[in-house]
Design a protein around this ligand. Sequence first.
Ligand code: CTP
Length: 418
Amino acid sequence: MAVDFVVSLLLFIFVDNISLFMMKGKHILVGVTGGIAAYKTAYLIRNFVKQGAEVRVVMTEMAKQFITPLTLATLSQNPIAVDFFDPENGQWNSHVSLGLWADCYVIAPATANTLAKMANGVADNLLLTTYLSAKCPTVVAPAMDLDMYRHPATQQNLQTLASRGVTVVEAESGFLASGLEGKGRMAEPETIADAVADIFKRSDKMVGKTVMVTAGPTYEKLDPVRFIGNYSSGKMGYAICEELASRGANVILVSGPVKVSARHKNIKVVKVESAHEMYEACVDNFPKADAAIMTAAVADYTPEFRAEQKIKRIGDMSISLKATEDIAARMGQMKSPSQRLVGFALETNDEEFNAEKKLAKKNLDFIVLNSLNDKGAGFGVDTNKITIIESNGMKTAYDLKPKTEVASDIVSKLEEYL
Ligand code: CTP
């Protein structure tokens, strides 16, 4: 259990802003149509700019009634385009060059009217002509009243756009400007920004792949009210899941009891408690996966007997423990030639020697080694330092870096194997 305890310390990682470095230098064109949710677009633009993206804005005439061009020009640090030309000086706003400039076109809020026009190729304003001529991925964030949103015409238009590759960031439920309550509110700016980050991160290697990840601790019951556990937060495993899902993989997350939660819609969580439950869930799910990453701090021992009733204080006592299944080693036996398997190792001494032994014993493709002797790696810090040891003998030592970037390094290494 001592090793599990230390492993859990290293699994500490913050999941926030995993996409930060993906936005840097990207050209994002924001289209604003006439809905009350346009005020949230100010936050969306600020979010993009803060992440280092270059933002330009195109608005419809109606959108100007909801938020001023001055606000959006100030936030985006660029003039706003509304008309095909500037009536004051005749300067032409070319929809073609706007569309070519953009790495991503985000229309937020997208009204029922604009969605219908997009679905039917209507081009009666600059925002729409730009959509028709843009070559980049498009994201729409619908915002309208609940009846308009659920109307078959709107739903069909959204389906049409989705079938043509447009990313639809679904409206959320809540209070609407009309005073009614229901589905129709524009998604929060962070959700829309995440969808855009996913587009930039999408990788051909991951789209359509299924990856199983184990994460968190396991709890081994002693009696109805007590268990043997460890301090694993599960955050490293969860960060890896977010990274995989952002790149387009379907993730099966077999998770022990943790406080963190999975955010991405492509992560399916299978909740387990004990090492044996985790073992069964992995045996069930691994055959569906192209790869597995074993980050969980699995208890190596479980009580030999579980008391049916609460154990009473009777003076000194000892507990007899039996070994649990080695889940990673079992996956290594089950692994087909096309499947990939990744493990973790935290070591305090003879680090590389011990990690190499685990790599071979568990039939892993590569193992992620953390050494407690490295400064800046470990519990309570936002950074980590890993070495990846591959079955072909290759070793790569990574610099000390934020733990979110460590998750990205691990997933990039896995991509080399897929
Ligand atoms: N692992 C597992 N099932 C277990 C124990 C470990 O799947 N019962 C996995 C971990 O998720 C990790 C790798 O095996 O990916 C190595 O875990 P670690 O605890 O470092 O190794 P052990 O095999 O338990 O060896 P020891 O504790 O003796 O160092």
